[in-house]
Ligand binder design. Structure first.
Ligand SMILES: [Zn+2]
Length: 214
């Protein structure tokens, strides 16, 4: 059995959300992302955008289906491509919203940064993880460099994705997922608290400025 480096999709999704929420802390136009404290958990957590960032965190490993794992999808080139797509999609959604009754537009810069951070977090986690197969690490700087990079810090345990349904793989992957959750959940908890506190403040700020529509 070959133990691959790289955290599980669970770890990558959690890190994707953490990275996106960190990017979202930057100051700027904020009213559009406020949610009422009585709104659903998903909506207060950022709704579709947060879910998209969780998916973006895990997305680079889709190349497992190809033979060239940890190459092009695990690179700064892919982060740039994701940023371009995110900005185009956000611009398109904003134009749609403009012609609807909601008129709440997201900031293109903010959403692009959040998506890039979520995708980029995958590279960071893989760089920090254990790698037992050559070439070690990932081609992080492609297309600017073909070098493979690995931190050697081994912060995250390996996972097994080839003989996925074997008992040994189940044990390895379960341990990895529990470990990743134990490391990343407290980070997300802190970010959640900062985010909720900040967004509640913005909501009060917005309510003071104009009356909510409902
Ligand atoms: Zn990966």
């Amino acid at each position: 059995m070959v133990q691959k480096h790289m955290p599980s999709p669970v770890g990558h999704a959690l890190a994707g959300v953490a990275a996106a929420w960190t990017a979202d802390l930057m100051p700027g136009r904020r009213v559009w992302r406020t949610a009422d404290p009585r709104a659903s958990f998903v909506r207060r957590a950022g709704g579709t955008l947060t879910l998209a960032c969780a998916a973006l965190g895990a997305l680079p490993d889709l190349d497992l289906a190809l033979s060239r794992h940890r190459a092009v999808t695990h690179s700064i080139g892919a982060v740039i491509l994701v940023s371009i797509i995110a900005s185009v999609v956000t611009g398109w959604v904003n134009r749609k919203v403009q012609s609807s009754k909601f008129k709440v537009q997201g900031s293109v810069v903010r959403i692009t940064l959040m998506c890039a951070a979520a995708y980029g977090s995958h590279l960071l986690l893989d760089w920090l993880a254990v790698d037992m197969t050559k070439p070690y690490g990932l081609r992080m700087l492609w297309p600017f460099s073909d070098r493979w990079y690995i931190s050697g810090l081994d912060w995250f345990p390996p996972t097994e994705r080839r003989e996925f349904f074997s008992l040994a793989a189940f044990r390895i992957n379960l341990f990895a997922m529990v470990y990743e959750t134990a490391v990343l959940l407290p980070v997300l908890g802190v970010l959640w608290l900062v985010r909720v506190k900040a967004l509640t403040g913005f909501l009060a700020e917005a309510a003071g400025r104009d009356h909510p529509s409902q």
